[in-house]
Design a protein around this ligand. Structure first.
Ligand code: ADP
Ligand code: G6P
Length: 483
C-alpha cells in the first residue's frame, strides 16, 4: 500500500510573512484541528493553501516557504489573489457555506465564482496528480474541493479516493437551488467513499443523487459507470488524550503564560467563588448563532434579575473570512450588541459580557475550558462542533455543564448535555438557570458517559474507520468489476 495524500483548502498551519521572516501559526477550525492529530501520527503528505497569495510571496522567499511547509509534512498549491477572491471568498464562502447551512438569504449565485471554483479545483487536482502513485490513497476534505475527486478519477481511474464533508449536507429542497448542482454531485462521485458527520447529511446527499442524477441507490451504495460508491456517516471525534492530558497539566501550571483574560477570570473567581462564567468559543461566523446567544443572555438577565452581578458571558470569537460582507456585518452587529448590553446592564463592579475578538494559543484555550463552569454553544447550524467535545474532554474532575444547540452535529453524541433550540430564548434562559444550580453529582453523572464516549470515539478512530471503510469499498468494487 502506498502513501496517503490529504487534500484540503487549509493546511495545518497558516504562513505569515513579517519583515522577511516566515512564521507558521496553527490553523483554526474543526478540519485543521482534527486532521492535525491524524496527520502528525502517520506517513502522509498534506496538500493545501498556505494562506498567502502569490502576490504576497516575494520570489526570494519561495524556497523558504516550501521548506517551512515541509516541516509540517505539507506542500502548497499556489493561488493568486484573484483565484482566492473567486474560489475561496466567492463560491466557497458566499455560495456553498451559506447555502449548506440553510442561510438562503446570504447565498449568491455568481457565474464568476463558479468559474474560479472550477479552475482552482483543477489546480488542486493537478497538485495531487503530480504526487500520486497508483497505489496511493487520496483523502479529499470539505466543501471547497467538491470537484476534485472526479478530476483525479478521470486521470487515474483505479486510484483510491475518499471524500469527507465537514459541514452539513442540506436537504434536497435547498441543494436543488444551485445552478451547478449536477456538476457538484458528479464531482463528489469521483470518490470511492463519501463520508458525512451524521446520518441525516448522508440521507440528504443520497436523496439529491437519486433525484437530480437519477442514479441507482441501493441502501447506501451508488452505482455509476461500473463503479460502486459508498456513502456513510463518520462522526468526527477529537484528540481526547491531548485535551484531557493538557487539562491535567494545566492544573499544575503557574501564573506565567496565562492570558490576560485568564488572569482576569481567576481574580474574579477568587474574589467571588460563587460567580459563574458562561464560556462561548467560536469562529466569528453567522452559523454559530453568536448574536442570538447575546440576545438570549439579555433575555436571561431580564427573566432572572437575581443573577445580575453574579454571572458573566465570555464571548471568544476568532476572526474568520473577514473579506466576506456577511462576516463584516456580523462583526459590526456583535460589536454593537455587546456595547449596548454592557452599557445597559454594567455596574461599577460588573461587566456582564467579556468579548474578545482573537485566536488563542492551545494552552490558553485549555485554561479557559477548565476554569469555566458552563460552556454555552448555540450554533444555528453546525456540521459537528468540536468545541463542545473539547470542553467536556478537559473536565478532569467531571464537573461543568455543557449547554449545546440541538442544531450541532455533535448534539447526536452529547445527549447528556443540556440541549437547547437556539431560537427558543425561554428554554435557553431556563437551561442557564438549571446549569447554574446543577448539583455537582448531577454534573458528574452527565459528563462521565460523554467522556467515555469521546475517549472511545476519538479522532484517530474516526480516521481509521474512514480509511478502513475506503479499503473495504475498493476491494468490493474490484470484485464487482471482476464479476
Ligand atoms: P468550525 O470548524 O466551524 O470552526 P468547530 O467547533 O468544529 O467549528 O472547530 C473549531 C476549532 O477551532 C476547535 O478545535 C477549537 O479549539 C478551535 N478554536 C475555536 N476558537 C478558537 C480560539 N479563539 N482560539 C483558538 N482556537 C480556537
Ligand atoms: C470549517 C470548515 C473548514 C474550514 C474552517 C475554518 O471548519 O469546515 O473547511 O477550514 O471552518 O474556516 P477557514 O475559511 O478559515 O478555512
Amino acid at each position: 500500500m502506498g502513501k496517503t495524500i490529504i487534500i484540503s483548502n487549509r493546511l495545518p498551519v497558516q504562513l505569515q510573512i513579517d519583515q522577511g521572516e516566515i512564521t507558521a501559526i496553527p490553523s483554526v477550525g474543526g478540519l485543521a484541528t482534527g486532521m492535525k492529530s491524524v496527520h502528525s501520527g502517520g506517513d502522509s503528505l498534506w496538500i493545501g493553501w498556505s494562506g498567502l497569495t502569490d502576490e504576497e510571496i516575494p520570489d526570494e522567499l519561495v524556497s523558504k516557504i516550501d521548506k517551512a511547509l515541509a516541516e509540517h509534512g505539507s506542500s502548497q498549491v499556489n493561488l493568486t489573489e484573484d483565484e482566492i477572491d473567486g474560489y475561496y471568498y466567492g463560491f466557497s464562502n458566499r455560495t456553498v457555506w451559506p447555502l449548506f447551512h440553510y442561510f438562503m438569504e446570504y447565498t449568491e449565485f455568481e457565474q464568476e465564482f463558479w468559474d474560479a471554483y472550477k479552475a482552482v479545483n483543477r489546480k488542486f487536482a493537478d497538485a495531487i496528480l503530480a504526487e500520486a502513485e497508483d497505489d496511493d490513497t487520496i483523502w479529499v476534505h470539505d466543501y471547497q474541493l467538491m470537484l476534485v475527486p472526479q478530476m483525479v478519477r478521470e486521470e487515474k481511474p483505479d486510484i483510491s479516493i475518499g471524500f469527507f464533508l465537514h459541514i452539513p449536507f442540506p436537504s434536497y429542497e435547498i441543494f436543488r437551488t444551485i445552478p451547478w448542482r449536477e456538476e457538484l454531485l458528479e464531482g463528489l462521485l469521483g470518490s470511492d467513499l463519501i463520508g458525512f458527520h451524521t446520518y441525516d447529511y448522508e440521507r440528504h446527499f443520497l436523496s439529491s443523487v437519486r433525484r437530480l442524477l437519477g442514479l441507482e441507490v441501493s441502501f447506501n451504495d451508488i452505482s455509476l459507470d461500473h463503479r460502486i460508491i459508498k456513502v456513510d456517516s463518520f462522526p468526527m471525534g477529537i484528540d481526547y488524550k491531548k485535551f484531557s492530558e493538557a487539562a491535567k497539566k494545566n492544573e499544575e501550571s503557574s501564573e506565567k503564560g496565562k492570558s490576560e483574560l485568564q488572569k482576569r477570570l481567576d481574580t474574579h473567581k477568587k474574589a467571588d467563588p460563587e460567580a459563574k462564567f458562561f464560556l462561548s468559543i467560536d469562529r466569528l461566523d453567522y452559523s454559530k448563532g453568536i448574536a442570538k446567544r447575546i440576545y438570549a443572555f439579555e433575555y436571561f438577565l431580564n427573566k432572572y434579575p437575581e443573577y445580575k452581578e453574579k454571572v458573566r458571558l465570555i464571548v471568544l470569537a476568532v476572526p474568520s473570512r473577514s473579506n466576506v460582507p456577511q462576516y463584516q456585518l456580523l462583526k459590526r452587529e456583535v460589536d454593537e450588541l455587546v456595547g449596548r448590553i454592557n452599557g445597559e446592564f454594567s455596574t461599577v463592579s460588573w461587566t456582564p459580557i467579556w468579548y474578545f475578538y482573537r485566536s488563542m494559543p492551545f494552552e490558553n484555550l485549555i485554561d479557559l475550558y477548565t476554569s469555566s463552569d458552563i460552556a454555552w454553544l448555540t450554533p444555528l447550524r453546525d456540521g459537528m462542533n468540536l468545541v463542545a467535545k473539547e470542553y467536556i474532554a478537559t473536565r478532569t474532575d467531571q464537573t461543568g455543564v455543557l449547554i449545546l444547540s440541538e442544531m450541532a452535529g455533535s448534539a447526536n453524541e452529547m445527549n447528556e448535555s443540556l440541549l437547547i433550540n437556539p431560537n427558543n430564548f425561554e428554554q435557553i434562559a431556563d437551561a442557564l438557570h438549571t446549569a447554574i444550580n446543577m448539583p455537582v453529582e448531577e454534573q458528574q453523572e452527565r459528563n462521565a458517559p460523554m467522556q467515555k464516549r469521546l475517549e472511545r470515539y476519538n479522532v484517530e478512530k474516526w480516521a481509521n474507520d474512514f480509511m478502513n471503510s475506503l479499503v473495504d469499498q475498493k476491494r468490493k468494487d474490484y470484485s464487482h468489476i471482476a464479476r
